[in-house]
Design a protein around this ligand. Structure first.
Ligand SMILES: Nc1ncnc2c1ncn2[C@@H]1O[C@H](COP(=O)(O)OP(=O)(O)O)[C@@H](O)[C@H]1O
Ligand SMILES: [Mg+2]
Length: 221
């Protein structure tokens, strides 16, 4: 499903010093796998996630998404994959503050050109256990509930892959384990999960654990 080879991404600090955020990464993630990408802060996890999620392009290297080289895809094709095939979950939830949970979850549907979207947001919210919070705004929800809304938003177009960057990073440990349970449940229903974390206690359910340090994979098993 995802196959990258010899990926590099270098940033420059303000003083011009290069930072090799992604440094010769070669990685395969098969369909249906629960993969964890683990590493300390600053090791390049988010830089790698942004490339895997087609949000950023590498300086060099190859990326095959479902067998097709990503660098040959045009803007519309990339946007369509991001919208329909990948569900994103971030540490900071990124919900719009003044609209309801349902309206937040419906946002990806607006871009998907679906003719009938009725009931889909509600269904996704029920799936994450928020059937009784559909009309609440973010201010009326706890952090864990806001992250569940974000997961519902990631699920609403029924993507194959969930790409989650530090999804429990802003949560207390009880809410964090609820979120991890939702990922486990989604995996058991066939989703491919790519979980990015600096916290090794979140990796117990992963079938594949990739450790990165200074932009380079040090173990992959
Ligand atoms: N846009 C950027 N400009 C300059 N340096 C960056 C940028 N994004 C990330 N970096 C640097 O790249 C390295 C990896 O960052 P990041 O991928 O965010 O790591 P992680 O997600 O593992 O904490 C860090 O040294 C970070 O400071
Ligand atoms: Mg990060």
């Amino acid at each position: 499903m995802i196959s990258v080879a010899k990926l590099y991404k270098t940033y420059r600090k303000e003083n011009g010093t290069p930072v090799n955020a992604v440094n010769n990464v070669t990685l395969q993630i098969e369909q249906g796998v629960f993969a964890a990408i683990v590493g300390p802060s600053g090791s390049g996890k988010s830089s790698l996630m942004n490339i895997l999620g087609l949000l950023d392009v590498p300086d060099s290297g190859s990326y095959l998404f479902n067998g097709k080289e990503v660098s040959t895809m045009n803007i519309d094709e990339l946007a369509d994959i991001r919208n329909k095939k990948i569900g994103f979950v971030f540490q900071q939830f990124h919900l719009l503050p003044n609209i309801s949970a349902k309206d937040n979850v419906e946002l990806p549907l607006i871009y998907s050109n679906k003719i009938d979207i009725s009931g889909l947001a509600e269904k996704a919210l029920i799936q994450v256990g928020l059937g009784d919070r559909i009309n609440h705004t973010s201010a009326e929800l706890s952090g864990g509930q806001q992250q569940r809304v974000a997961i519902a938003r990631a699920l609403v177009n029924d993507p194959d892959i969930i790409l989650a960057d530090e999804p429990t990073g802003n949560l207390d440990s009880a809410s964090g384990s609820e979120i991890m349970n939702i990922f486990k449940q989604l995996h058991s229903k066939g989703k491919t999960i790519i979980l990015i974390t600096h916290d090794t206690k979140n990796t117990s359910c992963a079938q594949k654990i990739v450790k990165i340090v200074d932009g380079t994979i040090i173990t992959d098993k």
